[in-house]
Design a binder for this molecule. Structure first.
Ligand SMILES: C[S@@+](CC[C@H](N)C(=O)[O-])C[C@H]1O[C@@H](n2cnc3c(N)ncnc32)[C@H](O)[C@@H]1O
Length: 245
């Protein structure tokens, strides 16, 4: 069940999200759109981090997002994209018009059954749905330890337990790829990134300070990060492609 408070935690954040969150590798978009499509829809598009990769892969790109602050950033960055306020459960797009729907780092916030029915409604007959998640690389123990601080309820310690293939009503899973890549990030930006995750956004200031202090201690203690002002952060991007069942 979706935690409504966490799901709406992104309402007021835009510029910081765009500045500090990681993007997605081009290879992820190549999997979803191996050739140019006529219409693509990015759902829960945020500030357009994944939407940007669709611009050269689709003649028309629509971005749907409930947060006005996120959409403001997206509109400034990607003026050619048709940006609409809306949600996955009520997509402001006509029936059978979209070849590719992408959902980056957002599907776990949707009401799954309502969203699947809506996505099926807007997709053309042979259209596809791509779900993407960035997650901590299991080989990077300091980043995993930081994820455990930020997502204490998550059992598998990487903060992205949703990145498993699941059965979606009306869809069939076609492929799952795990893309490994590395982001060069400053220590300062790594620490600021945490203030853009949902658990930090809804936390009381003293809880936020406490979590940040714990993550700072992890960086200060680990031989790969101790004393360093920049690190190589390994990231895994999961890409799931679904077709209409
Ligand atoms: C972690 S952000 C991901 C944003 C963007 N896709 C990215 O990868 O940077 C999750 C996004 O899902 C949006 N969201 C939350 N609930 C939603 C819903 N029911 N329908 C559509 N988007 C939703 C949030 O406003 C937020 O922008």
């Amino acid at each position: 069940m979706v935690d409504g408070m966490l799901a709406s935690s992104f309402e007021g954040i835009g510029a910081d999200y765009d500045r500090y969150r990681p993007g997605f590798p081009d290879a992820a978009a190549d999997i979803l759109a191996p050739r140019r499509v006529a219409t693509a829809l990015d759902l829960g598009a945020g500030t357009g981090k994944f939407t940007a990769l669709l611009v050269d892969r689709a003649a028309e790109v629509v971005a749907v997002e409930p947060s006005a602050a996120m959409l403001d950033v997206l509109r400034t960055k990607l003026p050619r994209v048709i940006a609409r306020e809306g949600s996955a459960e009520r997509i402001p797009v006509a029936d059978s018009t979209i070849e590719l729907v992408s959902v980056a780092q957002a599907f776990h916030w949707f009401d799954r059954d309502a969203a699947c029915a809506e996505i099926l409604r807007v997709l053309v007959e042979d259209g596809s749905l791509g779900l993407l998640w960035n997650r901590s690389d299991p080989s990077c123990d300091w980043d995993r330890a930081a994820h455990r601080v930020a997502h204490p309820a998550v059992q598998d310690a990487d903060g992205t337990s949703d990145a498993t293939s699941e059965e979606l009503p009306g869809f069939q899973l076609r492929s799952h790829d795990e893309l490994r890549w590395t982001e060069r990030i400053t220590r300062e930006d790594y620490l600021r990134r945490w203030s853009t995750v949902s658990t930090f956004l809804v936390a009381e200031p003293h809880e936020r300070d406490h979590m940040l202090a714990r993550i700072t201690r992890i960086l200060d203690a680990h031989p790969e990060t101790r004393g360093a002002t920049e690190f190589e952060l390994p990231i895994v991007t999961d890409v799931f492609v679904y077709r209409r069942a």
